[in-house]
Design a protein around this ligand. Sequence first.
Ligand SMILES: Cc1cc2nc3c(=O)[nH]c(=O)nc-3n(C[C@H](O)[C@H](O)[C@H](O)COP(=O)(O)OP(=O)(O)OC[C@H]3O[C@@H](n4cnc5c(N)ncnc54)[C@H](O)[C@@H]3O)c2cc1C
Length: 341
Amino acid sequence: MPNDIVTNAPLEALSTFRLPARAAELARLEDVAGLPDLLDTELPVLLLGGGSNTLFVDDFPGRIVVNRLRGIDSEVLDRDRVLVTAAAGENWHELVRWTLDRGLWGLENLAMIPGLVGAAPMQNIGAYGVELAHCLESVEVFDRRTGRSERLAASECGLDYRDSRFKSADRDRFVILGIRLELMMHGTPVLEYPSLLEELERHGHASPEDPRTVAAAVMRVRKKKLPDPGLIANAGSFFKNPVVKNPVAQDLVERNPDLPSWPDKPGCTKLSAGWLIDQLGWRGKSFGGAQVFDRHALVLINRGDATGQDVLRLAREIKASVHERFGVELEPEPLLVGGSV
Ligand SMILES: Cc1cc2nc3c(=O)[nH]c(=O)nc-3n(C[C@H](O)[C@H](O)[C@H](O)COP(=O)(O)OP(=O)(O)OC[C@H]3O[C@@H](n4cnc5c(N)ncnc54)[C@H](O)[C@@H]3O)c2cc1C
């Protein structure tokens, strides 16, 4: 067994939902050279970043490898484009700040998303009308099937709404080692989200010329809406916005004219999961220590003493009630280790 592996390790501090659970083994990956040894075990292995999209609803009978690979670098490609390379263990928001400090456009709408760089391609992180896919050039991975490292072009990563081949078709096959982003020296702000535009207008910046102005507005909006995981344990949005066929959406919107919806892939419409949950009066409701956040129906929180079973029960009840009333299937966004909804 490699050095520095902790057995029967507590996981509470490694996930922003802070559920009480333990892992059979816990290790830290500080250097790529140590990876093959850490993966050489009969136990299941789970890579972990900042734990802001992972809930340990039960003990994990395997080895958790916490990614701590560091490093950010950049290369000017031409008069407009800059290639930024970041290792998987870098903090996402620190990377956003690093790019903003250099006046680069591309990540400003993705400011303040918790977690580490390595998890960003997993669910193609997105906020305020921008997804990682907008500027991802490639992902460096270690392929556990071949035992080799390689670079996958963004087009090979199966990026979709809160999804990728890493999260679905090829789950557990790749360890993400780092990403490359193509950012712009001269960009155009993406201001399609009404709350972001309103915030900019309120501060007299309806046409921002600096990505830092956009990022500052994004951060103000996020602080108003979302609980700070440092203060209230949570994992952000608990359910994905459901994507349904157009006729289903049309029927629902006719019967519920306030239901927010957005065009998605051809023939499909995305519906607001938060709105659906809100209509059923879930805000503030709880089971044991797990509660629906009173300011945002899409966010579940741990009031301090929640167990994995509390969270599963609450999430299952929400899902069943939305299905019963609207006929729409909700799917959890975070990884639930040791249980399912
Ligand atoms: C308050 C709050 C707000 C949020 N807002 C948003 C938002 O606006 N948009 C959004 O998209 N998300 C949001 N999230 C969710 C979360 O922050 C992101 O999904 C983030 O990318 C998760 O990063 P992490 O390092 O914490 O991931 P973790 O929870 O550590 O891991 C997430 C998944 O990635 C896998 N993984 C992690 N690192 C690696 C690696 N190196 N190789 C292979 N697999 C790996 C894990 O096994 C797990 O399946 C929010 C969360 C919170 C708490």
